[in-house]
Ligand binder design. Structure first.
Ligand code: FEO
Length: 394
């Protein structure tokens, strides 16, 4: 089964309603996902990407029902990650000599993963491939967005930008197009994808968006490799990426903590209450890291102008759930956000200092105010939470 995208371009991917996690367990999936591959059937037949290995047989059988595999003139692999190249070995068993167009780095990643020396044809930004009927593919390298091998491909004539991971979402949409998807979920999933996967590369995103703008391409459709195809005002997602890549923040403060015996949890809620008292229009959210999804919290951090992170002191350190989350936080390279630390302790009391140092290493502007409380908080300690709130709001 295929779905028509435009003229002789069809979607031939896999909508995965059951997917619950991605990148191992490093990315939670709550609204399904898809791996989008595309067929271009002009005078030349082109397969744009494949899908993930677990669905490889489904993909191959589906493809065989739609076309004779020997009719495929070119395969374009825009990115070697296994969710897009996983079905390639099965396909290449059937059509082993078919040319594969990809970046130099993709040759490395494909050879490294599959140990095959297929008929690779290396392309660079600006290279073109004639597909007949007056149309051609124009390749645009997207190095480190988000792998060294990533690229996008523009189909002239139909004005379709196949963007691979960029502009995608882990979001199952049977109707395929953005104008038919649930708009709230679409925005949420697109932002979650950006915050958790692309945010570390924001400087490159800005530069690449400028480079694409300078090409003056008419873009009628953006066809990513996950989630919806943007056909209704596709520029909207480019504009969102431009904003998200520019040290994005909303009037929101997010408080993240773990607690052993409720003391640090009490501090978290006290800080939240003081922020709300001082600035009622500021959105405040509070998450226990041990009880809430880490990727959803990161999306809230992405939206925030400031965060507060709390942990009690345990064995001269922070709780393991907090240290694991802090490692993830560091890797995402957030910018232009304030941070404060808080926590209760019984005797040694190192957690606040450790958190302050780790938040600074993660790129946050750590405020001087903190809340370090011996045993359970008193009323005075809760009043001190106001100083933390004031510093985060300043
Ligand atoms: Fe969707 Fe980077 O793979």
């Amino acid at each position: 089964m295929r779905k028509k995208v435009k003229n002789n371009v069809s979607w031939i991917g896999y909508i995965d309603w059951e997917l619950q996690e991605f990148h191992g367990a490093d990315y939670s999936v709550f609204n399904g996902s898809s791996q989008n591959a595309y067929l271009i059937e002009e005078e030349k037949t082109v397969l744009m990407d494949t899908i993930w290995k677990p669905h490889g047989e489904f993909f191959l059988n589906n493809l065989k029902q739609e076309i004779d595999l020997n009719d495929i003139d070119y395969i374009v692999i825009q990115h070697g990650e296994v969710d897009h190249s996983g079905a390639l070995p099965l396909l290449m068993q059937e059509i082993p000599d078919t040319p594969i167009y990809c970046t130099e780095n993709a040759v490395k990643s494909l050879k490294g993963q599959y140990h095959e020396d297929w008929n690779f044809n290396v392309v660079k930004t600006g290279d073109t491939l004639d597909v007949g009927n007056g149309k051609s593919l124009v390749f645009v390298e997207m190095r480190m967005l988000h792998w060294p091998d990533s690229m996008a491909t523009y189909l002239t004539g139909d004005n379709i930008l196949f963007s691979n991971d960029a502009f995608g979402q882990h979001f199952a949409v049977e109707e395929l197009f953005n104008d038919l998807a649930d708009p709230c979920l679409l925005e949420k999933e697109a932002m979650k994808y950006y915050a958790n996967i692309l945010n570390p590369f924001s400087a490159l995103v800005s530069r690449k968006l400028n480079e694409i703008a300078a090409l003056n391409l008419d873009i009628d459709i953006i066809a990513p490799s996950h989630g919806v195809i943007w056909r209704d005002n596709p520029v909207q997602i480019i504009e969102k990426y431009a904003a998200w890549a520019d040290a994005y923040q909303e009037d929101q403060i997010t408080i993240v903590y773990e607690t052993m015996w409720e003391g640090t949890g009490t501090l978290a809620n006290a800080i939240a209450g003081q922020i709300n008292d001082l600035s009622p229009e500021t959105r405040v959210k509070v998450f226990n890291i041990a009880k809430y999804d880490k990727n959803e919290i990161m999306t809230e951090v992405f939206k925030s102008k400031a965060i507060a992170v709390g942990s009690p002191t345990v064995l001269n350190d922070v709780m393991s759930s907090v240290s694991g989350w802090m490692t993830f936080l560091k890797s995402l390279k957030f910018k232009n956000k304030k941070a404060a630390a808080f926590g209760c302790y019984g005797w040694s009391g190192e957690s606040v200092k450790i958190l302050q140092e780790d938040l600074a290493k993660a790129g946050f502007d750590v405020v001087d105010a903190s809340l370090r409380v011996n045993w359970n908080p008193t009323r005075d300690d809760l009043v001190q939470a106001r100083e933390v709130a004031e510093a985060l709001l300043a």
